[in-house]
Design a protein around this ligand. Structure first.
Ligand SMILES: Nc1ncnc2c1ncn2[C@@H]1O[C@H](COP(=O)(O)OP(=O)(O)O)[C@@H](O)[C@H]1O
Ligand SMILES: [Mg+2]
Length: 270
């Protein structure tokens, strides 16, 4: 479902954010992409979702070549960005319909699919509420609905559970698992919660300083002893990384990842 070879990104100005990533994700897998702040997770994900143009390497995503056929990739994938994208004022149901129609669905089909996905995510009845009136967990599930309304076969989630309370985290994960079972979805996600990566992901990749430093099933990585936290710290070290917010706001918003307007202008809008 995903195959990359030497995928790299050097930002204008010389920041080597991703340095030759090779990874493979099979159809139907839930794969966790772990790494300290600034390791290159969001940059990799934004390349795989066609939002950033790689400066090196190749990739096939959901059956389409990332560089030669980005539109083909876009049609088959869903992406929920770090921090999400729900506006505070618009009724979330209207926004979801709009989203579906932006993907080319006719109004009737859009309404049908929106109803189906809201039902799946336990969100039915909340359509008329503005984003600001939802709980954190509901907002995150609506973010998922936006990413899924066009029926993608591969879903990218960037830190979907960051900031949620333990109940909402567990609930979101139940939904992700169910979506995999019911929609045959493949899921590629980042998280800082190693306990959840341990119990929910089939396979993990750990990235640090732009390169994959470990991969395997949670059991393989733990090697029978210790927790995933122990393994993660022994691989990536204990030095503190920048922990300023690294949300990836939509086009036009200030870039929280440290890039200037030049980088964004050069990288987006293709
Ligand atoms: N638009 C950008 N311009 C320049 N540097 C960037 C940009 N976006 C991210 N970076 C840098 O690339 C590195 C990887 O960032 P990122 O992919 O956001 O890491 P993560 O998601 O793992 O926290 C960091 O050093 C970050 O500061
Ligand atoms: Mg990130």
């Amino acid at each position: 479902m995903i195959k990359t070879s030497g995928l790299s990104k050097t930002f204008p100005g010389g920041v080597d954010a991703v340095l030759g990533v090779d990874l493979t994700v099979e159809a139907g897998e839930i794969v966790g992409f772990l790494g300290p702040n600034g390791a290159g997770k969001t940059t990799t994900m934004r390349m795989l979702t066609t939002l950033l143009r790689p400066t090196g390497g190749t990739a096939t995503v959901a059956g389409h070549d990332l560089l030669a056929d980005p539109r083909g990739v876009r049609r088959r994938i869903g992406y929920v960005s770090q921090g999400g994208g729900i506006g505070p004022a618009t009724p979330v149901g209207d926004e979801l319909l709009l989203h579906a129609m932006l993907y080319g669905m006719r109004p009737g089909r859009a309404r049908e699919r929106a109803g189906e996905i809201l039902e799946r995510l336990d969100l039915s009845g909340l359509e008329s509420k503005p984003g600001g009136a939802l709980s954190g967990g509901q907002r995150r599930r609506f973010d998922l609905a936006f990413g899924l309304v066009h029926g993608p076969s591969l879903l990218f989630l960037d830190e979907p559970t960051t900031g949620l309370d333990p109940q909402s985290r567990a609930n979101l994960w139940d939904h992700v698992r169910r979506l995999r079972a019911e929609e045959g979805l493949t899921v590629f996600l980042t998280t800082h919660y190693l306990d959840e990566a341990d119990t929910l992901a089939d396979r993990l990749f750990i990235i640090d300083h732009g390169a994959i430093v470990a991969e395997g099933t949670p059991a393989e990585l733990k090697g029978g002893t210790g927790t995933l936290d122990d393994v993660f710290l022994s691989i990536t070290g204990r030095s503190l990384r920048e922990d300023r917010p690294t949300g990836d706001p939509g086009p036009g918003a200030p870039d929280g990842t440290g890039g200037g307007p030049v980088a964004r202008a050069a990288d987006e809008g293709r």
